[in-house]
Design a protein around this ligand. Sequence first.
Ligand code: ADP
Ligand code: MG
Length: 362
Amino acid sequence: LPAISLERISKTYRSGGEAVAAVRELDLRVEKGEFFSLLGPSGCGKTTTMRVIAGFEDPTTGTVRLHGDDVTQVPPHRRDVNMVFQSYALFPHMTVFDNVAFGLRRKGVAREELNRRVGEALELVELAGRGRTRPGRLSGGQQQRVALARALVNRPSALLLDEPLGALDLKLRQAMQIELKRIQRDVGITFVYVTHDQGEALTMSDRIAVMNEGRVEQLGTPAEVYEHPATRFTAGFIGTSNLLSGEVADTGGGVTAIEVAGAGRVLAAGGAQAGGFPAGVRVDVTVRPEKVAIARAEPRGDLVRLRGTVTEVVYLGSATHYTVKLGNGAEIVVFQQNSSDAVGAAERGDTVWVSWRPEHSS
Ligand code: ADP
Ligand code: MG
């Protein structure tokens, strides 16, 4: 049974006579022990989804299950999940130890067990020596780790983390991403992680649900959503992506041929859009900039190849980024690694070929 499952969850807020549909018929299954991320722009319904799982919010329709049990009507404190917020909400007048011990004391856990469990939790977040310190004397990253220890000490079967690193600066955030992933692996509990930062989601997650306007746009491993974005939204939201619009000319053998007016014919073989489109239908084709090669001479082999003019060259040391304008006015961005044989492939104003393997477009 999945650790968490949401079945047709909708949540509509009423504010000042107006209805806001924050989550729309959402279906999600999070497996046990998984690092699962909800990724999407601000306002797409991530926090609402988490609050519904935790029980702080009643869904307008739908069912929440934890390990198969229907908990839709169960109050938050009786659900086997804990939530960690961006604002750590530590008690400033209490020591780190007492902050972490707070929940256990309220539950009446005996002193010996309490000491042991708080000690273990602090060790896990690498704050073993800091029990007597007050939160105000710790850095932002350390405070976030105290908040994490306070949630872990309850041994929930799932931890819900809502943009927990949002308040930290970039360097600390990156260090904490690795740290959080390590902790999750060590304790083996299910993490549901909310972020609007695609890099963060790609680095940490086993699977990602890309959300947009209260719905899941795509669900998959980091490599799946990055390599084969299923929708225009996902392609645009995760990484940099080239987008071409055209008309399906031919479908067969898992490959779709798309006629891009004024630019040429493009074959797409990867991802959800491969195959299954009747001729004549308008579709979008995406390809990642690092999958595209650029050359002055026409490339050989079984490749998608289009002709264009270089309009921009940005040299970045280890890589060069080119912008190539096609015959129909569309632009293709190319990221080229500057290995010794690739440097100076083209200059502004050059007429070039851009090419890629059909399985790299979807
Ligand atoms: P996210 O966490 O992805 O930024 P939220 O779940 O916080 O998104 O919000 C989704 C939508 O619901 C937004 O349009 C937001 O303005 C609205 N919303 C969230 N909470 C409330 C509330 N308590 N009352 C009214 N509207 C809300
Ligand atoms: Mg939010």
